[in-house]
Design a protein around this ligand. Structure first.
Ligand code: GDP
Length: 534
C-alpha cells in the first residue's frame, strides 16, 4: 500500500532538527522563542525555570529532577509558516555526547547556537564533531547581539578555522550591544529593524528598510553605522563563500544568522529562511543497505533514546522513536522487529510545551514517546506487521572510563541489579562483569566521567541504593570477535583485564594502546573490535 496524498502532504511539511550549543549560549532561550512564534505557548519563559548558578552535573540532574517530563531535554513540536517543526534538544555537556549522537541520528539537520561575545567554545567544538559524524546540514545562529559582540568577520573566521566548515552569512548584524540596530538581510537586500518586544515576551515587529531609503536609514540606523555596513557588505560579497544549497544540505557549508534570542531579534527571520533551506524528512538506510523512502513506504520507525522514570510516581520508561516513513495510526497494530512481537503501541505521545498529548496519528519526521514495558532497546525498528524492515543500529561509543561498582548495603542486591541494568538499557552506561564474580560486583564503562556521577545520583534517588565507585585505570576496550575462543588460554600483557558484557560477549580492557598491539601479536588470529552494536 502506498501513502495517500494527505500523508505525503503532511510528511512534506515536517522539519526535524536538533539544537546544539555550549552551555549558556542561549539554546533554551532560542527554543522558547521558536515556540512563541509557533504559537505553542503564549509567553516565552514558561518552558522552564532554571537556576542561574549551576554546573554541568547539577544541570543534568535539575533537568531530570525538576522538570520530570522535561521539555528541553526531549522533543517539541510546533507549527510555523505551514511547516510542522520538531525540535530535539541535546545535552550541552561533552560527557553526554553519546546521547547527542543518538539524538542527531533522529534529526534531519542541526541548529548550532553560538554566543556572539564568545565565539566557538569548547563544547561547541565537541558537539559539532558529533554533528559532522552524522553528516547532517548545520545551521548557525549567532546569539546575544544585544550584548557587545566580537567582530563579525572574526566570528566567521572562528567557525571556519575552529570547526572546519565553510560559512555563508545569510544576514549581517548592524552594530552590537547598545548600538545593535538591526540586520541586513543579504538575500532580500534590505535592512530589518526590530520593535521593542517587552523584554522578549512578545513577538517582535520587523520593519524593512530599503538601502536607498535615505530618510529611514538616517533615523533608524544613522549614517556612520550605515557606512560601516556598506563597507562590510562590499568586503563580504568579494570574500565570503557563495550560498550553495547543495553544499548546505551535504553539511559542507553552514548558513549563518545573527540575532538576539532574548529580545526576539532575528528569530523569526531565522525560522523563515531555515524552513526554506532545511529538507523535509530524509530517507534512512535499512541494515541491508536499502534506502527507505519516507514518502513512499508504510510506517517505519526506530528507537533512538530510552528514558526511565520520567514520571517518578509510575516508574515508567519511555522509548523515543523517530518515524522514518509513512503514517502512524494508533488504531493499527505494529511490529517490533527485534522481538517479532505484533502489538499496539502503548500511549504514544508527543510533547507540547510542558504537557503530553496522546497521539492518534503521526508522520515521518515526527518523534513519539511510547510507554516501554521493557522490550525496546536503542536502535530497534518498528514497522507494519506485514513488513520486515530493520534499520541499521545506532553504534555505541567505546567507553573510555571504567570503575568497579560496589553496593554499600548488600541487602539491597535486588534493587541494585535492577537499577544498574535499567540504566544500562537506557544506554547511559555500559556494564561488564569479571569472569568469576556475580552481579554484586560490576564494572561500569562510560564515555564521559560525569556519567559516573549521574549513575550514583540516580541509583540513590530512584532505587534507593548507595554505591561506591572505585576508578580503574583502563582506557581502551576491545571486544573479542573470534567465535570459539577460550578466554583462559588468551595471553595478554600484564595490564590487561578479561571481562564480558551483558550479552556474555568476551572483551578486553587495556591501560594503553601499546598493550592492545602486543596482545594482538601474542595471539595470532585474534580479532578485536572497538565497537559493538547492541
Ligand atoms: P543554554 O544553556 O544554551 O540553554 O542557555 P540559556 O537559554 O539558558 O541562556 C543562558 C543565559 O543567557 C540566560 O541567562 C539567558 O537569559 C541569557 N541569554 C540567552 N539569549 C540571550 C540573548 O540573546 N541576549 C542576552 N543578553 N542574553 C541572552
Amino acid at each position: 500500500m502506498s501513502n495517500t496524498k494527505e500523508t505525503i502532504n503532511e510528511i512534506n511539511k515536517r522539519r526535524t532538527f536538533a539544537i546544539i550549543s555550549h552551555p549558556d549560549a542561549g539554546k533554551t532561550t532560542l527554543t522558547e522563542k521558536f515556540l512563541l512564534y509557533g504559537g505553542a505557548i503564549n509567553m516565552a519563559g514558561s518552558v522552564k525555570g532554571k537556576a542561574t548558578a549551576r554546573h554541568a552535573v547539577s544541570d543534568w540532574m535539575e533537568i531530570e529532577k525538576q522538570r520530570g517530563i522535561s521539555v528541553t531535554s526531549s522533543v517539541l513540536q510546533f507549527n510555523f509558516e505551514g511547516c510542522c517543526i520538531n525540535i530535539l534538544d541535546t545535552p550541552g555537556h561533552q560527557d553526554f555526547s553519546e546521547d547527542t549522537y543518538r539524538t542527531l541520528m533522529a534529526a534531519d539537520s542541526a541548529v548550532m547556537v553560538i554566543d556572539a561575545s564568545k565565539g566557538v567554545e569548547a563544547q561547541t567544538r565537541k558537539l559539532f564533531k558529533v554533528c559532522a559524524m552524522s553528516h547532517i546540514p548545520i545551521f548557525t545562529f549567532i546569539n546575544k547581539l544585544d550584548r557587545d559582540a566580537k567582530d563579525t568577520f572574526d566570528l566567521l573566521d572562528d567557525i571556519e578555522n575552529n570547526l572546519g566548515i565553510a560559512t555563508c552569512p545569510m544576514n549581517w548584524p548592524i552594530g552590537s550591544g547598545k548600538n545593535f540596530k538591526g540586520i541586513y538581510d543579504r538575500r532580500e537586500g534590505h535592512i530589518v529593524t526590530f520593535s521593542e518586544t517587552q523584554k522578549g515576551t512578545k513577538e517582535g515587529k520587523e520593519t524593512f528598510i530599503d538601502l536607498n531609503d535615505k530618510a529611514a536609514i538616517d533615523s533608524e540606523i544613522g549614517q556612520d553605522a550605515f557606512e560601516k555596513l556598506q563597507g562590510e557588505i562590499e568586503l563580504l560579497d568579494g570574500a565570503g563563500a557563495e550560498y550553495d544549497l547543495e553544499k548546505v544540505r551535504a553539511g559542507e557549508l553552514t548558513p549563518v544568522f545573527f540575532g538576539s534570542a532574548l529580545q526576539n531579534f532575528g528569530v523569526e527571520l531565522f525560522l523563515h529562511h531555515f524552513l526554506k533551506m532545511a529538507t523535509p524528512p530524509t530517507g534512512r538506510k535499512s541494515s541491508d543497505g536499502e534506502l527507505i523512502d519516507p514518502f513512499e513506504r508504510d510506517f517505519t520507525a526506530f528507537v533512538f533514546k530510552i528514558q526511565a522514570n520520567m514520571n517518578k510516581a509510575h516508574r515508567d520508561r519511555v522509548a523515543f522513536m523517530r518515524i522514518c516513513s509513512g503514517r502512524y495510526d494508533a488504531n493499527n497494530e505494529v511490529k517490533h522487529v527485534q522481538s517479532g512481537k505484533v502489538m499496539r503501541l502503548s500511549q504514544p505521545q508527543q510533547l507540547m510545551a510542558d504537557e503530553r498529548k496522546i497521539l492518534s496519528e503521526a508522520y515521518a519526521g515526527d518523534i513519539m514517546g511510547v510507554f516501554d514495558p521493557g522490550i525496546f532497546s536503542i536502535g530497534d525498528t518498528i514497522c507494519m506487521p506485514k513488513d520486515n524492515v530493520v534499520y541499521e543500529g545506532i553504534p555505541t561509543f567505546a567507553p573510555e572510563h571504567f570503575a568497579r561498582v560496589r553496593q554499600v548495603d548488600t541487602m539491597k542486591r535486588k534493587q541494585f541489579v535492577k537499577g544498574i541494568t535499567q540504566i544500562a538499557q537506557e544506554g547511559a552506561i555500559q556494564i561488564f562483569q569479571e569472569y568469576n564474580t556475580g552481579l554484586e560486583e560490576i564494572i561500569v564503562g562510560v564515555v564521559g566521567v560525569l556519567q559516573f556521577d549521574v549513575l550514583k545520583f540516580r541509583l540513590q534517588s530512584e532505587y534507593n541504593v548507595d554505591i561506591i565507585l572505585e576508578n580503574l585505570p583502563y582506557e581502551y576496550i576491545r571486544w573479542v570477535d573470534n567465535q570459539d575462543i577460550d578466554m583462559s588460554t588468551l595471553v595478554g600483557t600484564s595490564d590487561m583485564k578479561k571481562i564480558k558484557d551483558m550479552h556474555d560477549r568476551p572483551l578486553l580492557l587495556f591501560i594503553n594502546e601499546w598493550s592492545v598491539g602486543m596482545t594482538m601479536e601474542r595471539n595470532k588470529g585474534l580479532i578485536l573490535s572497538e565497537f559493538k552494536k547492541n
